[in-house]
Design a protein. Sequence first.
Length: 767
Amino acid sequence: MHRLAAWSLRHPLAVVAVALALTAGLGAGALRVGTDSGYRAFLGAGHPVVRDLDAVAARFGGGAPFAVTFRCGAGAPCASVYDPPALALAHALATRLEAVPGVRRVDGPATSPLLVAELFDLPRARQLAPDGAPVADLAELIPLALADPLWVSQIVSADASAGALIVTLEDSTSATAERAVDAALAALAPFEAQGYSFALAGGPVEFVVAGRELDEQAQRLVPAIVALVGAIVWLAFRRAPPALLALAAVGVALVWSVGVQGWLGWPRTSFFQVLPPLLLTIGVCYGIHVLSAYAERLAAAGGGDGAREAALSGALRDVARPILYTALTTAAGFASFQTSGLESLVRFGWIAAFGVMAALVTSFTLLPVALARLPARFIEPPRVHAAWARVVDAIASRAARWRGRTLVLTLLLSLLAAAGLARLRIDASFEEIYGEQNRVVRWAREAAHVRSAETLEIALALPPGVEPASAEALGTLARLEAIAEPGLGRPLSVLAPMRDLHALFYGGDLVLAGEGAQPERFVSLLRMLRGEAPALVALYVAPASGGEPAALRLSFQGEKLPQDELRALVAGVERQVAAALPPGYSARVTGPLVVVSRMIDEIRDTQIGSFASALLLVAALTALCLRSVPLALLAMVPTVLPVLLTLGAMGAIGVPLDVGTAMVAAIVLGLGVDEALHLLSAYRRLRAAERPREEAILASVRDVGRALLTSAAALGAGFLVLVFVPWKSLASFGAVSVVAIAASLLADLLVLPALLLSTPRRARRSR
C-alpha cells in the first residue's frame, strides 16, 4: 500500500482524474438503487419457503394478505359495522382496492358473500351493500352474518363494533405490496377526515410502512454520524482540515460502494440501512491511523513544511501493512455473510466488503495527495501532541503494572461469559424488532379487535384421480382442521361454507364419515357453492390442472409470537400434518407465520456460520500480516474475547439476539482484530530493531495507542448514533456494537500487553 501511496504522491493529477472518473461512473449507479421489502427481499425469490408461499398464492389467490380495520363508536360516524355509513365506507374501500394491479380480491362487510336460504329454501349468496347502500332486508341478514364463521373474527368483530377489509395479493413481491398499501393509505385519508380511525396489519404493511420509516431514519443518521465522527477527529488533532480530508476520502469510497450496488441491480433493504454508518466509521479509522502516524513523524522531525514530505512518506510506510490487513480482516468479516440463507444479507456482506477495500484505496491515494499540499501547521499544535503522549504513556505504564491482575480478571470474565453464552438465545418478538411505539406495532394491536392478519397455510395436495369433493379428501381436510397448537387460531377451509350450506339446504350437520355420511351430497354442495360464490370456492379449492393434482387449502389465523414459541408452533403443526396424511397425500405448510419463523432461523444459522468462517479468515490474515503464528494466536485472544464477553453478557441478562444484533459477532470480529494488528505490527517492528521485549511492548502501546483510542472513539460514536433510532432492532445493533468496541479497545490496550509480558520468550519473538 505504501507503494500505491508513493505513486499517488508522484502522480497527483492522475489520481484525481481517475477518482473523478470512477466517482462519476459509479455515482450514476448510485442513482439506480431502489428500495425493496418483503419476504423476497430478505430471503430471495429462490428460497424454498418463498417458493412455497408463492405457489400457494398462485393456486389459491392468497397467502400473504393484509387487513385494513376500522372501528365504530367513540366519535366515528357509525355505531356498528352494519350501519349505512360503515357499509358505504367498506364498499368504497373494497371497490377502490380491487382496482389496484396485483390485488387478487378484497373481502369486507359490504361486498363479501353471505349464504342465505331464499325461494324454496335454495341457497343464495347475498351482499349487505352491493352498491354501497344497505339492502332492504339488512335487519334479517345481520343475525346470519353474526353466526357465519367466514365473517365473525374475519371481517367483523364478534360485537360488530369493528370491521376489516382483507386484501389478498397476487404474489409476495414488494412492488405489489407497495401499490396495494399506498392505495389503501390514500383511500383512507378522506374517511379519516370524517372521524374514522383505521389500522393496517399484516406482513406487507410491516415491510412497506416500517421499511420506509427505517429508510428515512437511516438517511437522517448520515449527517449526524459525519458531524460526530468529524468532531472526534477534530478533538484528536485540534485542526479541522485533517478531519474534513479523512471524511472526504471515505465519502468517495461510500459513493463507489453504493454505485456498485446500483449497477449490480441490488436494491436497498433493511440490512443496507446500516451501510453508510458502517463505512463512514470504519473508513475514517484508516485515515486516523495515517494522520496519527504523520503527526508523530512531524513532531519527531521538529515540524515545519520542510519535513512534511519525508514525514508523510515515513508515516505511510509505517502503517501501510497493518492497515492493509485490518481492511482485509474487516472485509473478511463482512464476506463471511455469504454463508447465510438470507439473500439480502449476502449482498450486504459483499457490498460492505467492497466498501471497506474502497476506503482503504482512497486513504492511500486521495488522502496522501491532499495531505502533501496541506501546510504542516494544520496537522496539530505541539501541545496537543504532548498531551496525547502523556495519556498514552500512562496507559502503557498501567498495562505493564497491572498485567497479573488483568489476566486473572480476564480469566474470571471469560468463565462468566461462557456461562452466559450457554443461555444466549436468538429470538425476536414483533415489538422487539420495531419498538413498542412504532406505528405498525400500534396498528397490529388495534387490528386484533377484529382478527390477526398473520396466517399459517396448509395446501393439501390430493392423489391423482381423487376429487376435492370426495369423502376421502374432505375427511382428510377435517382431520387437518383439528390441529391445535398454542397461538394457533381457528381454521378456515371450504368445509366452513359447505357446513352452512348443508344446514340451509338439507338441515342438520355435515357428516363426513361414518354411518350418517352421504358422499353424494358433497359434490352437489360444492357445485352450489361454485354457482353462488365462485371466488370463495377458488380461495380454498384448486382443481387439477397443468399436471398438478387437485388441492385444498386450510388457513389458520395465528398470533405474533416470539421466535422460540413460533418455532415450536410451526414444528408442532408440521408433525401433526405428517401424522394426519393418508398414503398418497402431501401437504405444504406455509404462510407468513412460517416464512417469518424460517427467516429468524436463517439469522441464527448465519450467526453461527459467519462467525466460524470469519474467525478462520481473520486468523489466517493475521498470521500473514504478522508473519508469526504465535503472535497471530495471541492476537486472537483480544479479538475473540470482546465478542464472547458481549454475547455472554446478553445471555446472562436475558437479551436475545435479533435481526440486527445477529450481525454483531462477525462484524466486531473483523473490526476487533484491527487494533491488535496495529499494536503487534509496531511491536514486531521494534523487536526487529533489537529493542528489548519489555521496552518494545510498552513502546508499541505508546506508538499506536493514540490512533487506537481515536479510531475506537470514532467507531463507537458511529454506532452510538444508531441507539437513538426508533427501530429497536437497529438500536440494539448499535448498542451491542458500542459495548463490543469498548471491550475490544480495553482488551488490546491491557490484555494483549499482559499476554505478551507473560508468555515465554520464544512466543513473544517474531523472526
